[in-house]
Design a protein around this ligand. Structure first.
Ligand code: 16G
Length: 240
């Protein structure tokens, strides 16, 4: 119900009601919303107000628009708790989703200056450069470019990186990934990101740089990832 006497703006009230229907599962991903005109008539409000409510939910990732077709309910975002170092494969399995990878690049070459510095190795020391699209139930979620020192992470193969790099490091090499730092910033999809992640050029993405370390502080991986902002959100617990 819309309360026109409330100090809460009408577009906001309508937006919250649509969100509640999505959260209760009464509106499901892919469902089309009734046209703005119908909402306007039903609640006796202006189409502009309905549009304002839709736009807010589009910006928050609950809805998406398709030109000439209408407004639809978006897929739910994966909520990633920023706590503990986890692998993509573990994360997806824990959510009941099937992880997979598409390998774009698997190279071994001397490390360039900034990479060598971050991995605390000499510039002539070889690194693996691995570019993978990470998928959940077949849907591209992120594009990851990992750099790992060859001397430390011995014996990586294409077959291994098509599965899980972290389980190879821990279960086969018996190295324990202990800590990591992440820097997250917003950006927009380049042409390459868009092609590989199957999103529009210019769509919102999050860039994550992660440096991971063994217990004694030895850098084990540097990763630069592009995450789809329409499929991911990050959560941090804080204490005062
Ligand atoms: C996570 C890590 C990434 C790592 C991958 C290993 C980010 C921000 N974090 O995605 O650094 O390479 O897990 O996953 O990308 P895997 O064990 O499934 O190969």
């Amino acid at each position: 119900m819309i309360n026109k006497n409330s100090p809460i703006p009408i577009y906001y009230q309508l937006g919250e009601q649509i969100k509640a229907l999505i959260e209760k599962g009464e509106l499901k991903p892919g469902d089309a919303l009734p046209p703005e005109r119908e909402f306007a008539e039903k609640y006796q409000i202006s189409r502009m107000t309905v549009r304002q409510a839709f736009t807010k939910l589009v910006n928050e990732g609950y809805l998406y628009r398709m030109q000439g077709k209408g407004t639809f309910v978006a897929e739910r975002k994966i909520e990633q708790l920023l706590q503990g170092v986890t692998s993509f494969s573990e994360d997806m399995k824990a959510r009941g989703l099937e992880p997979s990878s598409e390998l774009i690049r698997f190279e071994m070459h001397p490390s360039a200056a900034p990479i060598a510095e971050q991995l605390s190795i000499d510039e002539s020391d070889p690194v693996y450069e691995i570019e993978r699209i990470r998928l959940a139930d077949g849907v591209p979620m992120a594009l990851e470019t990992s750099y790992l020192p060859v001397k430390l992470v011995k014996g990586l193969t294409e077959q291994i990186v098509n599965q899980s790099i972290y389980s190879y490091i821990e279960e086969e090499l018996h190295l324990k990934i202990d800590s990591a730092t992440q820097v997250i910033e917003s950006s927009i999809a380049s042409q390459k990101d868009a092609n590989l992640l199957k999103i529009n050029i210019g769509a919102p993405v999050m860039l994550i740089q992660q440096n991971s370390y063994l217990k004694d502080g030895t850098p084990v991986e540097l990763v630069k990832s592009v995450y789809r902002a329409d499929r991911y959100k990050f959560m941090v617990h804080m204490k005062r």
